[in-house]
Design a protein. Structure first.
Lengths: 157, 791
């Protein structure tokens, strides 16, 4: 039996009939085909599915699509400028080699942007603490930390 | 070569798509009419399957088909093992059948029992709950130490003592003799802790059968799609190889765990014809924990004989290695060929003997995980060296220097011939970068705060660039280990390169493009690298063992040589000169001593518009391919220095500084190389301090099956790293490169544990088991205190 949801995703109003047990991440990936939001663990541990819900970084595997009724959602696909120019945080990740396989990257970028919005000049320790909910197996976090520091500076600029 | 591109920190070409969410990973693939698969897995570590009733499940909404092991036709074989190890007695290793779906018995928690295919994933999951399996639970064994005990339950009928093989390397008699002469003998026992690889992208597959031309297309999370296709078609399903296309699109990390052919993608491929629909399967993280091939899991006793000056006379290593319940694709060669051969390390130890017993247990298969055998060897050697130094009151640095190899090529007593290296240079650079000179001051400062500081060394070597096929073949490899590359020059001079290497984070699209742009003297923007598709790439052995640049990159260099040679013949015609006199430099064919020159793009155009062209002796077109089979392994080596601070009240270890100076030969992109080192260090530190795969000894249940129980390193577990490189170019490949992907994971564990021992040695602690959790460290401190009191 379906239920209907209406929300705004990357500035576009969308609505759909969905199974009540549909997770937000399943709705984004499978129905809207926004596959930049990844699923790495199904249990809210890895953070690869992080999106912004009403401006806050949220793990999209941890809420039902129905709970996002009326919400403003931004996914990684909605971060760069309309013309394709990277957001300063995305550009910082590229410049500082803050990504390797790219799988955790969308979640990292979404978390990092919100982190800097909350703390415009985060210390290294604050960045490491702030990324605690996002797992990366490739980078050892070294260059992610550098990227977030540079992204924070660029976002002020 | 264009020096400004080779060796430059160029931003990665692949990053834009990853940063904008426009990569294509296997789970992102959605085919029209796609169905979904769910695997019903064993909840028991060891059980007979008495009965499976799928009746109710087959009638559930949306279900297309359910298959169990009994439904597979006799023509479908088991998953093969790609490396034959021969026992000390001359017998082949025991190779029990590894069925795609359990037949008669389940042998580890997670063993696949049935596949359910339905219109939606939820329908498949719901139906799986309706399958009724009657198990006859059997006793299980999970630990290497238990596997060969009298009365231990047999995992396989054909190996009643659970022994896959007993294998040995080295001169036992010479080692025995050296121990008699020794002034000092250091003995230690080690557990190399079992690890779960945990690429953040779970394994996934989408299989599609096309009745129109009786062909298959498989998208799969693989590090080596051609190998997956070969194994699947020739050894398991009996399908015509040319009718199967395997695509490994963007792959979210591998670390070894995606080298292997797994049951899931193989069953999916077979079943896609049965249901005549595309089928998708993506592992849940709990399935990754249970069924991705695990790593390490050794139990080792080692003895090092030294003379009175601390020079190594002989090393004896006796290891038992866990294979898990079945032999995974390369399982058998990891604790043998890639382990015992590395026991010389960076040292001149004249006699080495290693004996390895591989055992079956009721656990997930164990296979290559970042470093694969070499971290285990390095851990043994470097822990032994530092322990011997402490016992003989020689410094960590001095004992290493007294035993370093200084002359190359160097033939070790364990089969390898190191071509080049400079171990003094990496050690000296690391000592400087780590500011070892200031350590005693830092130690005193920490002591004043009640903290214990320690400094640990690990001077490792690895054998990479796998591998000379004839040598590998003589050692039991059932495959070649060359690499293939194709350079397609387009009429406008733009270039597409097809490589058999596979990138799943390593940045080949950039590094390989730098190699090509540098050699051809063209812009990196004019070069694209294509990988991961058997339908587009001529052949490939894939990416593992830090082989991509050394073997795959050299194959591309060979193809580039052919392009340039042909280009010279075209230029000869265009310039009316002799090809022998023509030089290719900075993207131009030129005749030295004259002003005659033809740019690369003009030669390319002439090749495709051959109006003014030597058609009588030269084919049109500019497209060359090459296969490269290396003549030796490459030998990256380096010095890692770890500084820790231990809180004796809590046992918590903090890594305050980690320095790695590595010799990877020539470096194409330092930024990418540093990133590879960082990632390797994180996995090595993870093994040393955090990660452990634990099975319950009685029930065989996996106790570390989630990120709540398995401590994957998080951002706040790790420091910023200090990394540097020293260069001795590899002597036997055109780029002078050695490979960098595994170094961090190989060198780091011993450096971390040696540092902790250094911190705790004043309290009397001599050994600590990995991972050195706060509980273990605290316990070691308490035990040492008690021991001192008792003494």
């Amino acid at each position: 039996m379906g239920i209907s949801v209406s929300l705004t995703v990357n500035g576009k109003a969308v609505s759909a009939e969905i199974e009540p047990r549909t997770l937000l991440v399943q709705y984004l990936r499978d129905q809207l085909r926004l596959t930049g939001t990844h699923v790495g663990c199904d249990t809210g541990q890895c953070g690869a599915c992080t999106i912004h819900l009403n401006g806050r970084a949220v793990k999209a595997c941890n809420i039902l699509a129905a709970q996002a009724q009326g919400a403003q959602i931004t996914t990684i696909e909605g971060i760069a400028a309309a013309g394709g120019e990277l957001h300063p945080m995305q550009a910082a990740f590229r410049q500082h080699h803050g990504l390797q396989c790219g799988f955790c990257t969308p979640g990292m970028v979404m978390t990092a942007i919100e982190l800097v919005q909350q703390q415009p000049s985060p210390s290294e320790a604050a960045i490491r603490a702030g990324l605690d909910g996002n797992l990366c197996r490739c980078t050892g976090y070294h260059n992610i930390v550098k990227s977030v520091q540079a992204g924070a500076a660029a976002m002020k600029g | 070569m264009n020096e400004s591109i080779i060796g430059a920190r160029i931003e990665r070409k692949e990053d834009y798509r990853f940063l904008t969410g426009s990569g294509t990973y296997t789970d992102d693939v959605a085919l029209p009419g796609q169905t979904h698969a769910f695997f019903l897995r064993s909840p028991h570590a060891h059980a007979k399957i008495n009965r499976i009733d799928t009746g109710k499940a087959k009638a559930a909404p949306g279900v297309l088909a359910i298959y169990t092991g009994a439904d597979l036709p006799d023509s479908v074989g088991g998953l093969p093992c790609g490396w034959l190890i021969t026992d000390v007695g001359g017998q082949p290793m025991k190779e029990p059948k590894h069925p795609l779906l359990a037949q008669g018995k389940v042998r580890y928690v997670g063993d696949q029992v049935a596949i359910v295919i339905a219109e939606t994933l939820n329908q498949a999951k719901d139906a799986a709950e309706l399958i009724d399996v009657e198990y006859g639970v059997l006793p299980a064994i999970v630990n290497v130490a238990d596997a060969r005990k009298p009365g231990a339950p047999a995992v396989h009928d054909i190996a009643q003592d659970n022994t896959c093989y007993v294998w040995a390397l080295g001169d036992k008699a010479a080692v025995d003799k050296a121990f008699v002469m020794a002034a000092h003998v250091t003995k230690l026992e080690f557990i190399n802790n079992r690890l779960i690889p945990n690429a953040i992208e779970p394994r996934a597959a989408v299989a599609n059968y096309a009745r129109a031309d009786d062909s298959y297309t498989l998208h799969v999370t693989s590090q080596n799609p051609h190998v997956a296709r070969l194994l699947m078609t020739a050894f398991v399903l009996g399908l015509p190889e040319h009718k199967v296309r395997v695509i490994s699109p963007d792959v979210g990390g591998g670390f070894g765990s995606k080298i292997f052919l797994y049951a899931e993608e193989t069953v999916l491929t077979w079943a896609s014809k049965q249901v005549n629909r595309p089928i998708k399967w993506t592992a849940e993280r709990s399935e990754s924990f249970m069924t991705d091939a695990h790593g390490r899991d050794h139990l080792t006793a080692a003895e090092l004989a030294l003379d009175k000056d601390g020079r190594f006379l002989a090393l004896r290593v006796i290891t038992t290695a866990n294979m898990g319940a079945y032999l995974s694709t390369f399982a058998s060669c990891i604790p043998t060929i890639l382990y015992a051969t590395l026991l010389a390390g960076q040292y001149t130890t004249p006699a080495i003997y290693c004996e390895v017993t591989a055992v079956f247990t009721n656990t997930a298969p164990v296979d290559a995980y970042r470093g694969a055998g070499r971290p285990e060897a390095t851990y043994v050697v470097e822990r032994m060296v530092s322990t011997a130094a402490r016992e003989m009151k020689i410094s960590d640095v001095e004992i290493r220097r007294r035993n370093f190899i200084h002359e190359f090529p160097y033939q070790t007593p364990v089969a390898l011939c190191y071509d080049t290296g400079d171990y003094e240079a990496t050690l000296a650079a690391a000592i400087k970068l780590a500011n070892v000179a200031g350590f005693e001051t830092r130690r005193r400062e920490a002591a004043a705060r009640g903290k214990l500081r320690g400094l640990g060394y690990s001077t490792y070597i690895e054998a990479c660039g796998l591998a000379p096929s004839n040598i590998a073949g003589s050692l039991g490899a059932r495959a070649g280990l060359f690499e293939a590359g194709e350079v397609r020059v387009h009429p406008t001079g733009k270039v597409t390169v097809f490589t058999g290497s596979h990138s799943h984070g390593q940045g080949h699209e950039t590094t390989f493009a730098q190699v090509v742009a540098g050699r051809l003297g063209i812009s990196i923007d004019d070069v694209d690298i294509v990988h991961g598709d058997t339908g587009r790439i001529l052949f490939g052995m894939g990416t593992y063992g830090s082989r991509s640049i050394a073997v795959g990159g050299t194959a591309i260099m060979k193809a580039l040589d052919k392009v340039i040679a042909k280009g010279k013949q075209i230029a000869e015609h265009l310039m009316e000169a002799s090809a022998a006199d023509i030089e290719f430099k900075d993207g131009k064919f030129m005749l030295p001593g004259t002003d005659k020159q033809v740019p690369f793009a003009q030669v390319a155009l002439a090749a495709y518009v051959p109006h003014n062209y030597p058609l009588d002796r030269l084919e049109p077109g500019l497209n060359e391919s090459a296969f490269y089979d290396p003549t030796n392994f490459t030998f990256p080596a380096g010095s890692h220095i770890c500084e820790v601070e231990v809180d004796p009240d809590t046992g918590l270890t903090r890594i305050v500084d980690f320095t790695a100076v590595d010799d990877f030969g020539n470096v194409i992109n330092p930024m990418i190389v540093e990133g590879q080192v960082h990632g390797g260090l994180a996995q090595g530190i993870g093994q040393a301090l955090l990660e452990a795969c634990v099975y319950d000894r009685e029930s065989g249940q996996l106790l570390t099956g989630t990120y709540m129980d398995y401590a994957l390193p998080r951002a706040d577990d790790l420091p910023m790293f200090k990394v540097g490189t020293e260069v001795t170019p590899c002597t036997h490949n055109a780029l002078g490169v050695k490979g960098c992907g595994e170094a961090g994971a190989i060198g780091a564990p011993a450096a971390v544990i040696n540092a902790i021992i250094d911190a705790l040695a004043p309290l009397g602690v001599r050994d600590i088991e990995m991972p050195a959790t706060p509980q273990r460290v605290w316990q070691a401190i308490q035990s040492a205190k008690k021991g001192k009191q008792a003494a």
